[in-house]
Every structure is written in structure tokens, then in C-alpha cells.
Design a protein around this ligand. Structure first.
Ligand code: ASP
Ligand code: MG
Length: 416
């Protein structure tokens, strides 16, 4: 017997026919003798529709009331799934966030503080199935709160941790996590195993399967996550800690995946005075304005000369960042400011990098062979990222995928 949380996304819950299919999947796990809590999303498109209604009602709406409106999508799907399960003869019941309760702070992007698992223990004792709306909690004042878009993944992981589940299965409309975007590289392969850290890096550089916050939470509680398709019955991707990988996958590829992110913009400052405090004078106002600076490259001045500084910020924050820098122009005394949005960040991610040299060199050589110019570089213990012109996105992802040996076996054989 295992204790499991099963989470179903919006596409899986879109309509009675699909909810019936979900109920059958849930029923199968229960019939195997497992203790099951189900976390559901609203029907696909429903949360967008509800958000839009709030906007139409007033452009500056009260977050408390926004939560009252947008939390309703999950209430509907929870009830419908419980009804469907009951119709199939299962002892199923829905429990809203305030009924467990799922205690949370804030509105519109609330944080979960604590989940009581007592109600669930009683449900399991009686052989029941609990259905819980994702995305919602209750504040200390007793108000309904929502966790931010995509928050049902976080609800599922938090619930799994609270009820000490053996694992948390995330059923979605893709069948797992891939070595790269299969729309760019048809030879991408589905990964059997990814570590939490790799998943965090892949998600933060654009591979969106799970809400990043949920992966961080799973890592903290060492909760095994499984991403799998709700439409096809085949193995998905298991997301686990480093320790679980080392034992069973000694020969695992050094690089796990290639990700790309088109959400960055590059800012270049020239003619900066070569004196202490220059860089601080530029980045402090950006930090104060809550701008997340990512890659930073500074050129070393030849004696007595000025230096240059290149860095990236989220595209959405570009105009704002330039305005902040212009404010300190006189104080800092640089010559010019240039911006570029036709760029992409391409990253190779893998825990195997820790014990292997030459990963970055392979990346630079592979791109050089294709005449792709690198504008900036950053590295972490398990990631190498380069900034390149956006027009080379597909080519760079494809050649790196091949260079790191990630193509499917069939594709690799063909190339031989
Ligand atoms: N329904 C919510 C959203 O679309 C939460 C979720 O599905 O994860 O953001
Ligand atoms: Mg989602």
C-alpha cells in the first residue's frame, strides 16, 4: 500500500468526459489498495476567464475579492470529480481549502503556512478518497486565498508533504520532462529521472512543466514527484534527489537537458569610469526597483581607460531598468547605454557537470563551429548558459543537443 497525491491539470479536467477518465485513473490507484488524495485544477481556460471578469469589473480590483472569484474554478472541478467517483461506487468527498484547512497568508499570490492532515487521516481510515481543490487556501481571517497562477502544483506538493505521502503524481497534458523542447528538436528524448536541482534550472530557463515553486517545495521535503500524461498510460519522468540518482544510474548522461529562454533583454553601458563603486551605483537602484539582473559581463579596462558593462534583465523590466539607470547617469558618468532584445539564453544543465571537465568548452566549440557569436556567459555548479543572437535559437539548441549526446538512439544511429 502506498499513500499518494494525484494532481490533475486543467486540460485533464476540461469537461465531464475527461473528468470521467480522471476518475477511472484515480479509481485504479484506489483499487490497488492505495490511500489517495486528489488535487485538481480548474477546467482549462477557466481561470483566465475569471481573471478577465475581475479586470472588466474594475481595473484596480481588491485582491481579496479577486481570490473569491478565481478560486471558484477549482471548487467546481473538485465537486464534479467527487460526484463522478461516487457514481462509480467510490467513497469520495471533496474538501475545500477552508475545510482541511490549508492555511495561507496573503492574497492573489498567497503562501501556504500549514496544512492540517487530520481530516485526511480519517478519510483514509474509512477507505475514502479525498478530492481537494488546488490553488486555494484560507487566511487567518478565514478568507479564501489563491496561490498564484499555476499554483495547483504547489498545492499538490504541500499536501503530499503534510500527509507524508510516498509520492506526488502530477498528471498533465505532456507525458514527461524532455531533454529539450521537442518542438525544436524532434530527437529530444523523455527523461526517466531528473533531480530537483536540474528541474529547477530547466524550469527557470524556460522548460515549463511544473510551477517552479512546487519543485523547490518538493526538494525541501524530499518528496518524489512524477510527471505523467493523463491521456496515455506510460511511464513519465521521476523527479528526485541527487542521492536517488547515484545508486541506480551510474552511467547517466553528464548533461540532462538543453533549455532556452527568450525572456531576457541585454543592456550595455560603455565608457564607465574605472573607479570603485561604479558597478554598485548601477546595480543598487535596479535591486531597489526589484529588477532581477541575470548575466553580468564587465570588460577590464586597459590602464587609465574606461570599462564596459553588459548584463541582462527580464524583457518586461527593460524600459523600467533603463529609466533607473538614466537617473544615475550623471553620478556614474558613463558614455552610452544600448539595449538589445533580439537575444536568447541557451543553457546546458546537468548534475554530472560537477564531476566532469570540459562541458563549457564543448559548448563554446560547438557554437563556434556554426559561426554563432557568444555575447555573455554564466555558469553555476550544474549549468552553463550563453547569451546569443535570437535568430540562432533553434540551431544552437539542436547542435548542443547532439554534441552532448542527448539525441534519441534511433537518431544517433542514423547519423553514424
Ligand atoms: N487554475 C489555476 C491557474 O490556472 C491554478 C492551476 O491550475 O495550477 O493558474
Ligand atoms: Mg499547471
Amino acid at each position: 500500500m502506498a499513500r499518494i497525491v494525484m494532481k490533475f491539470g486543467g486540460t485533464s479536467m476540461a469537461g465531464i468526459e475527461r473528468i470521467r477518465h480522471v476518475a477511472a485513473t484515480v479509481g485504479r490507484e484506489a483499487e490497488r489498495g492505495n490511500q489517495v488524495a486528489v488535487v485538481v485544477s480548474a477546467m482549462a481556460g477557466e481561470t483566465d476567464r475569471l481573471v478577465q471578469l475581475c479586470r472588466e469589473a474594475a481595473s484596480l480590483y481588491d485582491p481579496r475579492e479577486y481570490d473569491v472569484v478565481v478560486a471558484s474554478g477549482e471548487q467546481v472541478t473538485s465537486g464534479l470529480l467527487a460526484i463522478t467517483l461516487q457514481g462509480m461506487g467510490f467513497n469520495a468527498r471533496s474538501y475545500m481549502g477552508w475545510q482541511l484547512p490549508i492555511r495561507a497568508s496573503g492574497h492573489a499570490a498567497a503562501l501556504i503556512d500549514h496544512i492540517e492532515a487530520d481530516v485526511l487521516e480519517r478519510v483514509f481510515e474509512q477507505g475514502g478518497i479525498a478530492v481537494i481543490p488546488g490553488f486555494q487556501g484560507v487566511t487567518a481571517e478565514g478568507d479564501v486565498a489563491t496561490l498564484g497562477r499555476g499554483g495547483s502544483d504547489t498545492s499538490a506538493v504541500a499536501l503530499a508533504a503534510a500527509m507524508k505521502a510516498d509520492r506526488c503524481d502530477i498528471y498533465t497534458d505532456v507525458d514527461g520532462v524532455y531533454t529539450t523542447d521537442p518542438r525544436i528538436v524532434p530527437r529530444a528524448r523523455k527523461l526517466a529521472l531528473v533531480t530537483y536541482e536540474e528541474m529547477l534550472e530547466l524550469a527557470s530557463v524556460g522548460a515549463k512543466v511544473l510551477q517552479t515553486r512546487s519543485v523547490g517545495l518538493a526538494m525541501r521535503y524530499n518528496m518524489p514527484l512524477q510527471v505523467l500524461s493523463s491521456f496515455e498510460d506510460k511511464p513519465g519522468t521521476l523527479i528526485v534527489g541527487d542521492d536517488a540518482i547515484e545508486d541506480s544510474h551510474m552511467e547517466r548522461n553528464v548533461i540532462t537537458g538543453i533549455a532556452h529562454d527568450k525572456n531576457e533583454a541585454m543592456i550595455t553601458l560603455t565608457g564607465l569610469p574605472d573607479v570603485p563603486g561604479t558597478v554598485a551605483a548601477i546595480f543598487s537602484p535596479l535591486a531597489a526597483a526589484n529588477v532581477n539582473v541575470d548575466m553580468i559581463v564587465q570588460s577590464v579596462p586597459v590602464r587609465g581607460d574606461t570599462s564596459g558593462l553588459t548584463f541582462t534583465v527580464p524583457r518586461a523590466a527593460l524600459a523600467h531598468s533603463v529609466a533607473e539607470i538614466e537617473k544615475v547617469r550623471e553620478k556614474v558618468g558613463f558614455h552610452a547605454i544600448q539595449t538589445d532584445t533580439n537575444i536568447v539564453k541557451v543553457s546546458a544543465v546537468g548534475v554530472g557537470m560537477r564531476s566532469n571537465a570540459g562541458i563549457a568548452a564543448t559548448m563554446f566549440q560547438t557554437l563556434a563551429d556554426r559561426g554563432i557569436n557568444i555575447l555573455a556567459i554564466t555558469t553555476s555548479e550544474i549549468k552553463v548558459s550563453v547569451l546569443i543572437p535570437e535568430e540562432y535559437t533553434e540551431l544552437a539548441v539542436r547542435v548542443l543537443h547532439t554534441a552532448y549526446g542527448l539525441d534519441t538512439d534511433a537518431a544517433a544511429e542514423e547519423a553514424e
